[in-house]
Design a protein around this ligand. Structure first.
Ligand code: SF4
Ligand code: MG
Length: 294
């Protein structure tokens, strides 16, 4: 990590994450991607919501925006519209992005807004005490499903793909270099990119599901996932509930901000007045450009 230390607000360390949590691996993968792409720190905006993974924005020395629960993608959309030249990365969890933020998630994918969403999927609400989340597997125990979860989980990657995302990939944090490469590909892609990182939460998920050590939790993640090339050999019926990993979508589609700018330019050419983004969004974007924490 030493070579990436310049991307950290070291005065905020140590971080709050539990020993064995996968969040640090996923954050390391994000920093590696940004570093390889050579993006200046003041041209990168990291937006997060609420939850364990969303605390990451506080430790990162980019333009950062720590927002309200579930709204990270909505803030990021406004940020990208106000300042299209920024590279906008959303760090979010399964509860944040898929429960309270579920509508923002599917509609940003549908619009194909040029933001990169890194979804830390640990199958549970970690920070708030281990409640069932939209990705908790059937039968898994949580603080709010003591007898086993009765609700079928969302497949976040398939959801984004069905909604229209340009780039979708999924990988366990046990493959950190692959994860970092997918994040890099997602940032490069002009359009909505989802990278789902399957990550252990030994504290809130593991302890309730006989996976209390980090290594047990990581092994379980590997057992429930299968690479796309192997999955296609086996066929859908033989997957036994395992989630497919790898690059699942890599497509070219019209990107929303570019379409908006083209429409605005055409309207101006006709002498029509085109509304500016909300004043708050513009003000926040100006703070970010000055490198201030918003
Ligand atoms: Fe990580 Fe879970 Fe601890 Fe949160 S509760 S820091 S997700 S291990
Ligand atoms: Mg979670």
């Amino acid at each position: 990590m030493a070579e990436l230390e310049s991307y950290l607000r070291t005065d905020r360390l140590p971080f709050i994450w539990c020993p064995g949590c996968g969040n640090g691996i996923a954050v390391r993968a994000v920093l590696g991607a940004v570093d390889r792409l050579g993006l200046p720190k003041d041209r990168v905006a990291v937006v997060s919501g609420i939850g364990c993974s969303s605390r990451a924005s506080g430790y990162l020395d980019f333009c950062t925006l720590h927002t309200t629960h579930g709204r990270a993608i909505a803030f990021a959309t406004g940020m990208k519209l106000a300042r299209p030249s920024l590279t906008v990365i959303v760090l979010t969890g399964d509860g944040d992005a898929l429960a309270i933020g579920g509508n923002h998630f599917i509609h940003a994918a549908r619009r194909n807004v040029d933001i990169t969403v890194v979804l830390f999927n640990n199958c549970i609400y970690g920070m708030t005490g281990g409640q069932v989340s939209p990705t908790t597997p059937l039968g898994a125990r949580s603080a709010t499903s003591r007898l086993g979860n009765l609700e079928p989980p969302f497949d976040a990657a398939r959801l984004a793909a069905a909604a229209g995302a340009s780039f979708v990939a999924r990988v366990p944090v046990t493959k950190p270099f692959q994860l970092s490469r997918y994040i890099e590909m997602g940032i490069r892609k002009r359009g909505f990119a989802l990278i789902e990182a399957l990550t252990p939460c030994p504290t809130a998920f593991g302890r309730q599901n006989k996976l209390a050590t980090p290594i047990e939790n990581m092994r379980w993640i590997e057992e429930i996932s299968i690479e796309a090339s192997r999955a296609s050999q086996l066929g859908e019926g033989a997957l036994g509930g395992r989630v497919v990993t790898g690059v699942l979508v890599d497509a070219e589609r019209p990107e929303y901000v570019a379409s908006y700018e083209a429409a605005a330019e055409a309207s101006r050419a006709e002498g029509l007045r085109v509304g500016l983004p909300a004043r708050e969004v513009v003000r926040a974007a100006e703070c970010l450009e000055r490198g201030e924490v918003v």
